[in-house]
Design a protein. Structure first.
Length: 398
């Protein structure tokens, strides 16, 4: 049986981590979080924060590189392992699980990592150039630091490989579709967790027709039938679908061509606009943070929130159509879990689906926030992608 499992989620300038202890049992509840934390500002202004299972801060410091070296990802991983080793109550790390954004069309399940698998996953970098390299970089570093510890890749795309071909296809020439230009969907680890967590709240083993709203700095929706992904708002990249913190979401492809041809923008400039200067930040001109926008009296802040809600409501209607109805709507991630005004407006926009919000429950953040008369139930369920990765890692290594 596995003991402690280290979970790594690496970004361009950050590393989020969690350490879980396997306490017995086969379900998600059998994993207890010992620590969670992150390194941010790597290579520039590094900041290391670690908290215990109750959220109490154990460490908050700004580490420095040695002999004038930059404190980069490699230094952060070594620092993390040393810090974990210094805790006498921690067993040896039995396995390391990684969040890897893209598994392509091949990886439908988590996979043990070796040199060949890493090379295979590196071929998918063109499908997720902003994420995949950073997801894979820690693997080789940790192979050197902990050569005898197995490592597992858990993919954000795997959960959506159950979608029917018609839900994955673009209306492109067949040779492009066969080359892998299809709708992949993302946030799959979050949806996987929520599909299991929701089942603990409902009285029957089958959860029916569910739309999950993963609303954070990155935002998407997923339609599930009895816990299986049927359709999602994100497509070939994590840029598609809903407006996000700084990402535009769904736009006319002709607009991209216009930016290239008539605004004389380069591909890199277009990428910067669509990924980093759009969404809530672009519309409001104020912030990408929903908390700031809800507190602001500026009309542009209200416009950004209204557009965000409008697109969510429209996409819920689309996904409910794909499901043939709706039994449950689940809110999760930062905005979904904490922004009660957004949830209230979304539910009011979905009254035609039989949803009615209980404002008192909504202000208390659930878990159930719909009225007893509501034909469909609305929920707030915190996601836990790290716990999901720990569970998958244990399943791969047991």
């Amino acid at each position: 049986m596995m003991a402690d499992i280290l979970v790594i989620n690496s970004g361009s300038s950050s590393i989020k981590f969690a350490l879980f202890a396997r306490q017995g049992g086969q379900g998600l509840e059998g994993f207890a979080a010992r620590f969670r934390g992150q390194f941010s500002g790597l290579g520039d202004q590094p900041h290391f924060v670690a908290k215990d299972a109750q959220g109490q801060t154990l460490l908050d410091e700004h580490p420095q590189g040695q002999d004038g070296d930059r404190f980069d990802h490699a230094a952060a991983l070594k620092c993390l392992l040393d810090w974990v080793d210094d805790h006498s109550d921690v067993d040896d790390i039995a396995a390391i699980g990684h969040r890897v954004v893209h598994g392509g069309r091949t990886y439908r399940q988590p996979a043990r990592l070796d040199a060949e698998t890493v090379r295979d996953l590196e071929t998918l970098i063109p499908l997720a150039p902003l994420h995949q390299p950073h997801c894979l970089a820690p693997v080789s570093l940790l192979s050197e630091l902990r050569p005898n510890v197995p490592q597992v890749a858990c993919f954000d795309t795997s959960f959506h490989t159950t979608q029917p071909r018609v839900a994955q296809a673009f209306a492109l020439p067949r040779h492009l579709t066969e080359a892998g230009l299809v709708r992949y969907g993302f946030h799959g680890l979050s949806y996987d967790y929520i599909s299991r967590a929701l089942a603990r709240h409902v009285p029957t083993p089958e959860t029916g027709r569910v739309v999950v709203a993963h609303l954070g700095n990155g935002a998407s929706l997923c339609a599930m039938h009895n816990g299986v992904s049927v359709a999602s708002t994100m497509g070939f990249t994590a840029l598609d679908g809903l407006p996000m913190g700084t990402r535009c979401g769904n736009i006319d492809p002709g607009l991209v061509l216009h930016l290239l041809s008539h605004e004389n923008m380069t591909p890199d400039e277009v990428s910067r606009v669509l990924y980093k200067e759009s969404g809530l930040l672009g519309v409001s001109g104020i912030s990408s943070d929903m908390r700031v926008l809800l507190d602001s009296e500026e009309p542009s802040a209200r416009e950004a929130v209204d557009l965000f809600v409008y697109r969510i409501v429209r996409e819920i209607g689309s996904l409910a159509s794909a499901l043939g109805g709706l039994d449950h709507l689940v809110f999760t991630a930062g905005i979904g879990e904490r922004a009660s005004p957004v949830r209230s407006e979304v539910i009011r926009g979905c009254q035609w689906l039989g949803l009615e919000v209980d404002e008192a429950r909504n202000l208390d953040h659930g878990p159930c926030i719909s009225t007893g008369a509501s034909r469909a139930a609305a929920w707030v369920i915190p996601t836990d992608e790290e716990r999901m990765i720990a569970w998958h890692t244990a399943q791969c290594c047991d």
